[in-house]
Design a binder for this molecule. Structure first.
Ligand code: DX5
Ligand code: ZN
Length: 216
Protein backbone atom coordinates (compact mmCIF):
# COMPACT_ATOMS: atom_id res chain seq x y z
CA UNK A 1 0.00 0.00 0.00
CA UNK A 2 1.36 3.44 -0.81
CA UNK A 3 1.37 5.96 2.00
CA UNK A 4 -1.83 7.51 3.25
CA UNK A 5 -1.89 10.79 5.17
CA UNK A 6 -4.70 11.45 7.63
CA UNK A 7 -4.55 15.02 9.00
CA UNK A 8 -6.00 15.16 12.51
CA UNK A 9 -8.57 17.90 12.87
CA UNK A 10 -7.97 18.11 16.64
CA UNK A 11 -5.44 20.93 16.23
CA UNK A 12 -7.46 22.78 13.58
CA UNK A 13 -9.21 26.10 14.21
CA UNK A 14 -12.78 25.09 15.06
CA UNK A 15 -13.89 28.68 14.57
CA UNK A 16 -13.34 28.17 10.86
CA UNK A 17 -13.99 24.48 10.50
CA UNK A 18 -15.35 24.71 6.95
CA UNK A 19 -12.20 26.50 5.73
CA UNK A 20 -9.96 23.95 7.45
CA UNK A 21 -11.83 21.07 5.82
CA UNK A 22 -11.74 22.81 2.44
CA UNK A 23 -7.94 23.13 2.81
CA UNK A 24 -7.76 19.36 3.35
CA UNK A 25 -10.05 18.85 0.34
CA UNK A 26 -7.58 20.78 -1.86
CA UNK A 27 -4.58 18.94 -0.42
CA UNK A 28 -3.04 15.58 -1.30
CA UNK A 29 -4.22 13.99 1.97
CA UNK A 30 -6.52 11.03 1.28
CA UNK A 31 -8.10 10.69 4.75
CA UNK A 32 -9.29 13.01 7.51
CA UNK A 33 -8.69 11.91 11.12
CA UNK A 34 -11.40 12.70 13.70
CA UNK A 35 -10.55 12.21 17.38
CA UNK A 36 -13.55 11.52 19.59
CA UNK A 37 -12.83 11.77 23.35
CA UNK A 38 -15.27 11.23 26.19
CA UNK A 39 -13.43 12.57 29.24
CA UNK A 40 -13.34 9.04 30.73
CA UNK A 41 -11.06 6.92 28.56
CA UNK A 42 -8.82 9.97 28.19
CA UNK A 43 -8.61 13.13 30.32
CA UNK A 44 -10.07 15.35 27.60
CA UNK A 45 -13.35 15.90 25.74
CA UNK A 46 -13.27 16.74 22.04
CA UNK A 47 -16.32 16.62 19.74
CA UNK A 48 -19.08 14.27 18.66
CA UNK A 49 -21.84 13.69 16.14
CA UNK A 50 -22.87 17.28 15.25
CA UNK A 51 -19.30 18.11 14.22
CA UNK A 52 -18.73 14.82 12.37
CA UNK A 53 -22.00 15.14 10.47
CA UNK A 54 -21.03 18.67 9.40
CA UNK A 55 -17.55 17.55 8.31
CA UNK A 56 -19.19 14.75 6.28
CA UNK A 57 -21.22 17.40 4.39
CA UNK A 58 -18.07 19.35 3.54
CA UNK A 59 -15.82 16.53 2.28
CA UNK A 60 -15.65 13.37 0.21
CA UNK A 61 -12.36 12.30 1.84
CA UNK A 62 -12.27 9.10 3.88
CA UNK A 63 -13.48 9.93 7.40
CA UNK A 64 -11.07 8.12 9.72
CA UNK A 65 -12.59 8.24 13.19
CA UNK A 66 -10.55 7.36 16.28
CA UNK A 67 -12.69 6.63 19.33
CA UNK A 68 -11.03 7.30 22.67
CA UNK A 69 -14.17 6.41 24.60
CA UNK A 70 -15.21 3.65 27.00
CA UNK A 71 -17.58 0.97 25.74
CA UNK A 72 -17.55 2.14 22.10
CA UNK A 73 -20.05 -0.57 21.05
CA UNK A 74 -22.86 1.76 22.20
CA UNK A 75 -22.18 4.16 19.34
CA UNK A 76 -21.04 2.05 16.35
CA UNK A 77 -24.38 2.39 14.56
CA UNK A 78 -24.46 6.15 15.05
CA UNK A 79 -20.98 6.59 13.60
CA UNK A 80 -22.03 4.49 10.60
CA UNK A 81 -25.14 6.67 10.16
CA UNK A 82 -22.94 9.79 10.38
CA UNK A 83 -21.02 8.62 7.29
CA UNK A 84 -17.78 7.47 8.91
CA UNK A 85 -15.63 5.20 6.68
CA UNK A 86 -12.97 3.87 9.06
CA UNK A 87 -13.87 3.36 12.72
CA UNK A 88 -11.07 2.66 15.19
CA UNK A 89 -11.66 1.54 18.77
CA UNK A 90 -9.11 1.30 21.56
CA UNK A 91 -8.41 -2.36 22.43
CA UNK A 92 -8.31 -1.42 26.13
CA UNK A 93 -11.92 -0.18 25.95
CA UNK A 94 -13.38 -3.37 24.43
CA UNK A 95 -14.36 -6.43 26.45
CA UNK A 96 -15.45 -8.35 23.33
CA UNK A 97 -13.09 -7.01 20.68
CA UNK A 98 -13.89 -9.74 18.14
CA UNK A 99 -17.61 -8.89 18.35
CA UNK A 100 -16.91 -5.16 18.11
CA UNK A 101 -14.82 -5.57 14.95
CA UNK A 102 -17.55 -7.66 13.32
CA UNK A 103 -20.18 -5.08 14.24
CA UNK A 104 -18.15 -2.27 12.65
CA UNK A 105 -17.65 -4.28 9.44
CA UNK A 106 -21.29 -5.34 9.27
CA UNK A 107 -22.15 -1.63 9.16
CA UNK A 108 -19.97 -1.21 6.07
CA UNK A 109 -17.03 0.51 7.76
CA UNK A 110 -13.38 -0.54 7.92
CA UNK A 111 -12.47 -1.65 11.45
CA UNK A 112 -9.38 -0.35 13.22
CA UNK A 113 -8.00 -1.31 16.63
CA UNK A 114 -5.76 1.11 18.55
CA UNK A 115 -3.16 0.25 21.18
CA UNK A 116 -1.97 2.66 23.85
CA UNK A 117 1.82 3.01 24.15
CA UNK A 118 1.97 0.60 27.11
CA UNK A 119 -0.34 -2.02 25.58
CA UNK A 120 1.54 -4.98 24.10
CA UNK A 121 1.00 -6.22 20.54
CA UNK A 122 -0.27 -9.55 21.85
CA UNK A 123 -3.57 -7.76 22.59
CA UNK A 124 -4.34 -7.71 18.85
CA UNK A 125 -2.63 -10.94 17.81
CA UNK A 126 -5.90 -12.91 17.70
CA UNK A 127 -7.74 -10.30 15.63
CA UNK A 128 -5.15 -9.61 12.93
CA UNK A 129 -7.15 -11.81 10.55
CA UNK A 130 -10.32 -9.70 10.91
CA UNK A 131 -9.13 -6.15 11.70
CA UNK A 132 -8.56 -3.89 8.69
CA UNK A 133 -6.09 -1.69 10.52
CA UNK A 134 -4.04 -1.56 13.73
CA UNK A 135 -3.33 1.91 15.13
CA UNK A 136 -0.15 2.26 17.14
CA UNK A 137 -0.50 5.19 19.53
CA UNK A 138 2.88 6.91 19.74
CA UNK A 139 1.76 9.32 22.48
CA UNK A 140 -0.56 8.79 25.43
CA UNK A 141 -3.91 9.64 23.85
CA UNK A 142 -5.87 12.73 24.81
CA UNK A 143 -4.04 15.71 23.37
CA UNK A 144 -2.39 16.94 20.19
CA UNK A 145 1.11 18.37 20.09
CA UNK A 146 2.87 15.82 22.31
CA UNK A 147 6.32 14.32 21.70
CA UNK A 148 6.65 11.03 19.82
CA UNK A 149 7.44 8.09 22.14
CA UNK A 150 10.54 6.58 20.59
CA UNK A 151 9.79 2.92 21.47
CA UNK A 152 6.81 3.07 19.11
CA UNK A 153 9.18 2.63 16.17
CA UNK A 154 10.26 -0.87 17.21
CA UNK A 155 6.66 -1.72 18.10
CA UNK A 156 5.66 -0.85 14.52
CA UNK A 157 8.48 -2.98 13.07
CA UNK A 158 7.42 -5.94 15.23
CA UNK A 159 3.79 -5.53 14.19
CA UNK A 160 4.82 -5.33 10.53
CA UNK A 161 6.61 -8.67 10.93
CA UNK A 162 3.60 -10.27 12.67
CA UNK A 163 1.31 -9.13 9.85
CA UNK A 164 3.67 -10.19 7.05
CA UNK A 165 4.52 -13.55 8.68
CA UNK A 166 0.81 -14.29 9.08
CA UNK A 167 0.03 -13.26 5.50
CA UNK A 168 -2.61 -10.72 6.61
CA UNK A 169 -3.43 -7.55 4.70
CA UNK A 170 -4.05 -5.49 7.85
CA UNK A 171 -2.67 -1.98 7.53
CA UNK A 172 -0.72 -0.09 10.17
CA UNK A 173 -1.52 3.45 11.29
CA UNK A 174 0.59 5.60 13.61
CA UNK A 175 -0.80 8.51 15.61
CA UNK A 176 0.92 10.99 17.90
CA UNK A 177 3.94 13.22 17.42
CA UNK A 178 4.24 12.34 13.73
CA UNK A 179 6.24 14.98 11.84
CA UNK A 180 8.20 15.57 8.65
CA UNK A 181 11.28 14.60 10.67
CA UNK A 182 10.17 11.10 11.67
CA UNK A 183 7.78 10.25 8.80
CA UNK A 184 10.46 8.51 6.68
CA UNK A 185 11.49 6.26 9.58
CA UNK A 186 7.84 5.38 10.28
CA UNK A 187 7.21 4.44 6.65
CA UNK A 188 10.40 2.36 6.59
CA UNK A 189 9.29 0.58 9.79
CA UNK A 190 6.14 -0.50 7.96
CA UNK A 191 3.44 2.15 8.50
CA UNK A 192 0.78 2.55 5.84
CA UNK A 193 -1.17 5.47 7.33
CA UNK A 194 0.36 8.52 9.05
CA UNK A 195 -1.82 10.69 11.29
CA UNK A 196 -0.52 14.21 11.87
CA UNK A 197 -2.15 17.08 13.72
CA UNK A 198 0.23 19.67 15.10
CA UNK A 199 2.83 19.11 12.35
CA UNK A 200 0.20 20.20 9.81
CA UNK A 201 -2.09 22.70 11.56
CA UNK A 202 0.76 24.24 13.57
CA UNK A 203 2.76 24.99 10.41
CA UNK A 204 2.77 28.29 8.49
CA UNK A 205 1.28 26.68 5.39
CA UNK A 206 -0.69 23.52 6.26
CA UNK A 207 -1.52 22.66 2.65
CA UNK A 208 2.13 22.82 1.63
CA UNK A 209 3.14 20.80 4.70
CA UNK A 210 0.68 18.07 3.68
CA UNK A 211 2.37 17.98 0.26
CA UNK A 212 5.77 17.66 1.92
CA UNK A 213 4.64 14.48 3.72
CA UNK A 214 4.50 12.85 0.29
CA UNK A 215 8.14 13.76 -0.45
CA UNK A 216 9.85 12.42 2.68
C1 DX5 B 1 -4.14 12.12 20.36
C2 DX5 B 1 -4.91 11.95 19.09
C3 DX5 B 1 -4.16 12.33 17.90
C4 DX5 B 1 -3.71 13.76 17.86
C5 DX5 B 1 -2.40 13.75 17.16
O1 DX5 B 1 -4.82 11.55 21.41
O2 DX5 B 1 -5.33 10.59 18.92
O3 DX5 B 1 -4.87 12.02 16.69
O4 DX5 B 1 -4.58 14.66 17.24
O5 DX5 B 1 -1.87 15.02 17.20
P1 DX5 B 1 -0.32 15.31 16.97
O6 DX5 B 1 -0.01 14.92 15.55
O7 DX5 B 1 -0.26 16.79 17.20
O8 DX5 B 1 0.46 14.51 17.97
ZN1 ZN C 1 -6.13 10.03 16.88
Amino acid sequence: MSRILSPSLLTADFGKLAEEVEMINRSKAQWLHLDVMDGLFVPNISFGFPVIEKVRQYTDKILDTHLMIVDPDRYIDRFADAGVNVLTVQAEACVHLNRTIHHIKERGMKAGVALNPHTPLVMVEEVLDIADMILIMSVNPGFGGQNFIHGSLSKISRLRKMIDDGGYDTSIQVDGGVSLTNARKLLDAGCDVLVAGNAIFGSDDPERTIGEFFNV
